[in-house]
Design a protein around this ligand. Structure first.
Ligand code: HEC
Ligand code: HEC
Length: 118
């Protein structure tokens, strides 16, 4: 293999390893200090499990919504997602109030896509 390609590959491998390392230390990075919609009673483990599910539902990886060095920081995509959490809660309170047992989740509309299909 040409040297340049080998170098590029090892850089990629390094980046991948660092990202994995950051993800597994996500507990250390985010302790739920900036939760504005989700319950503050969530444990770090519960936040992570929920985030994994949310990411899958809307086809986004952690870094598309977060600064991986500080998960509590807000960027535009994270703010948009927070509005979506509010929307989801409000639909669910309405369903509950009207006596329906059904609840919606991110996946109900997104079905794995960043923007729901029209
Ligand atoms: C679609 C956007 C989105 C994706 C993808 C996402 N998150 Fe989040 N995350 C949010 C939002 C929005 C909040 C804040 C919720 C609130 O305000 O109650 C949050 C909060 C958090 C927090 C709490 C931060 C703090 O200290 O306040 C952690 C930790 C976190 N996410 C980790 C992750 C991890 C790990 C992944 C990938 C598995 C991930 N998130 C994927 C949108 C996202
Ligand atoms: C009732 C349907 C519905 C539900 C439930 C829903 N969304 Fe959305 N979402 C949409 C629609 C429609 C759009 C595109 C229009 C817009 O941006 O408002 C969108 C857009 C988004 C975007 C912007 C995507 C981009 O790349 O620009 C994010 C992020 C997002 N939703 C996250 C979430 C999360 C996280 C949840 C669950 C907490 C959620 N959504 C629940 C309908 C929904």
């Amino acid at each position: 293999m040409p040297k340049k390609i080998v170098l590029a590959l090892s850089v990629l491998a390094f980046v991948a390893t660092s990202v994995t390392a950051i993800m597994s230390s996500a507990d250390a990075a985010g302790d739920g200090k900036n939760l504005q919609v989700l319950s503050k009673d969530l444990t770090k483990k519960e936040i992570r499990a929920l985030m994994k599910e949310v990411g899958k539902a809307v086809g986004k990886s952690c870094d598309e919504c977060h600064d991986l060095e500080d998960f509590s920081k807000d960027g535009d995509m994270k703010k948009k997602a927070r509005e979506m959490f509010k929307l989801t809660n409000s639909i669910n309170s309405r369903l509950k109030k009207d006596g329906f047992k059904k609840r919606v989740k991110c996946v109900t509309c997104h079905a794995g896509d960043a923007v729901p299909k029209k």
